[in-house]
Write a protein that binds this ligand. Structure first.
Ligand code: ADP
Ligand code: MG
Length: 234
């Protein structure tokens, strides 16, 4: 599904060059659940932006479902993002003073889906994340964990093959964190590829595979052994 080949991202700020990603090779199969870890500044967000087609690499190749997306222009990238990828962020990014249902409908408005179908799909997505009874609540009338579930419903409503989450539990207490991670596990078990950034070991423990970045390079890539709790080096 995902294949990065010698992907580098170079940022230039005046005379200073930063290799945010340095010749990264990475394959992620359909249906995988990958946690990306690493210290601040190691390139996690840059990796997420590239994987999510929010940015293109300076060099190297990114094949997504058979298409080389590394050299596409913004309008084509936006199309791929809208069709294939659901995004979840640390700060939920819900629209204030707009109901849960309306927030979830937004990607369908962009996709030109008719009103009746939008309503039905938003309702079903909220039910899917356990918020069937919160359709008309405003974001500030919901707990942090509930707001993140609305954001996940919004990411799901277009039925994307892949969910990318940047520190989805970073603003949540431990009970809500477990709740959100269980939901992501469930979505993964029903066929979606999930890639998430986290700096918490407990959160990474829910993933099937853990990748660690340092200075723009992958320094560790381990499978979480099912049941044993012991990772094996790839
Ligand atoms: P992380 O998410 O792991 O903290 P980032 O991917 O945000 O790391 O950043 C990796 C490196 O790239 C850092 O050294 C950061 O300062 C630099 N960087 C990130 N974004 C930009 C940008 N837009 N312009 C210049 N440098 C950047
Ligand atoms: Mg970051």
């Amino acid at each position: 599904m995902i294949e990065l080949e010698a992907v580098s991202k170079l940022y230039r700020t005046g005379p200073i060059k930063v290799h945010a990603l340095s010749a990264v090779d990475l394959t992620i199969d359909e249906g995988d659940f990958v946690a990306i870890m690493g210290p601040s500044g190691s390139g996690k967000s840059t990796m997420m932006n590239v994987l999510g087609c929010l940015d293109v690499p300076t060099s190297g190749k990114y094949m997504l479902n058979g298409i080389d997306v590394s050299k596409l222009r913004e309008n084509r990238l936006a199309e791929i993002r809208n069709r294939q990828i659901g995004f979840v962020f640390q700060s939920f990014n819900l629209i204030a003073r707009t109901s849960a249902a309306r927030n979830v409908e937004l990607p369908l408005i962009y996709a030109g889906v008719g009103r009746r179908s939008r309503r039905a799909r938003a309702r079903a997505a909220l039910e899917r994340v356990g918020l069937g009874d919160r359709q008309n609540h405003m974001p500030n009338e919901l707990s942090g964990g509930q707001q993140q579930r609305v954001a996940i419903a919004r990411a799901l409503v277009t039925d994307p093959a892949m969910i990318l989450a940047d520190e989805p539990t970073g603003n949540l207490d431990s009970a809500s964190t477990v709740e959100i991670m269980r939901l992501l596990v469930e979505l993964n078990e029903t066929g979606r590829t999930v890639v998430l950034i986290t700096h918490e070991n407990e959160v990474a423990g829910f993933a099937k595979r853990v990748i660690e970045l340092r200075d723009g390079k992958i320094v560790r890539d381990v499978s979480n052994g099912v049941g044993s709790g012991v990772g094996g080096e790839r």
